[in-house]
Design a protein around this ligand. Sequence first.
Ligand SMILES: [Zn+2]
Length: 375
Amino acid sequence: MTFLKYISIVFVVVAAQGAFAGHEGGNGTDNSRAEDGSAWFLGEGNTIKYCLEATADFGLSQQAAGVEIRAAFSTWAQYIQDKKVNQSPFPTALTIAHKTLEMTACDGTEDLKFELGFDDDEIKKFKSKYENPTAFAERVQYDKKAGWGKGIIWVSKARVVDPNMGFPEWTDDKLLRAILLHELGHVYGVEHIQGTIMDSNLSQLLEKGDIKGSLRTRIDGARDLKFCWDCELNYSGVIGFGVGADEDVKVFSNLVGVNPKGKIVAKLIGKSLWSGAILKISDDNGSTDLPITIEPQGQSPSFESNIPIFKMVTDTMTYSQKNDARVVFGNANANGKSLNLVVEINSSSEGAIGPVILKQVKDGGAHMVFRSIVQ
Ligand SMILES: [Zn+2]
């Protein structure tokens, strides 16, 4: 069998704005600077000096809060390592600092100050940007040349955000940890992303009990973020909605140009989707390889709508590490026909690796082309 064996997907990147909502209230983004929302501390070898102060009526002792802060830092440091966030092909200047040093007391030389339960004029000024916040992270300085900032993480005293329900009760299991993980996420340049500890409605979800147990001590939740510079694609899957369904025959003949014989088997393989992948379709007659190529500098009408997190800014570069829970729209061609493929990666909310889904947009709908199966 001879078939046209080239699919090219072209897309341009469209910046996704992080939504500021929920416990942090509205925040206009019209005048935002490049460094807004980016990591406060850059350079993997550098150390963040922090200190904490808690009021007597914060609702948890300073010592107990310190334990939660250390644990939250530790979780992020491990996450950055595990997810290879600092192993991008970009310079060392665009890596995230995650080593920490806890000072015995705040003396003004700290990079990051945890202010727990305070309500002074400076706090009131910052607080006015948010709507009844449980906590916020406020950067007060950022030196783009040094890639280094200074700021505070503020946390409300107990039971004042929702007095009727007595929320937050800081003695509740791991409640403070979850809030600290979220605010530290902002310090590391992470935007809001649903289904993780960075959910914009974290505070409400915690109060309702929707985020409990171990979900309060980890960053990934319903969604398992992946950072794939080098993730190999090796997905077995089905064409159309499944083997035996009428749809797989239609999709097969659409891609391959003839009707299938016998059992259809499909695989998406390759070094990565970004460096070139192959959709391998087999039936009793043999195998067809459809190379998929993505050209980042390509032209519209395609776009990518994944969410940039781990944003980093220096005086010369801005960079957003992208998570892999993404959707890519693109134009593609097979057998001379435009396929208008949509590529969805890790689009399930189940936290599994994958799936990868290819859909063809036509007749006002998105029709399944390939669906990987988690094995
Ligand atoms: Zn937030």
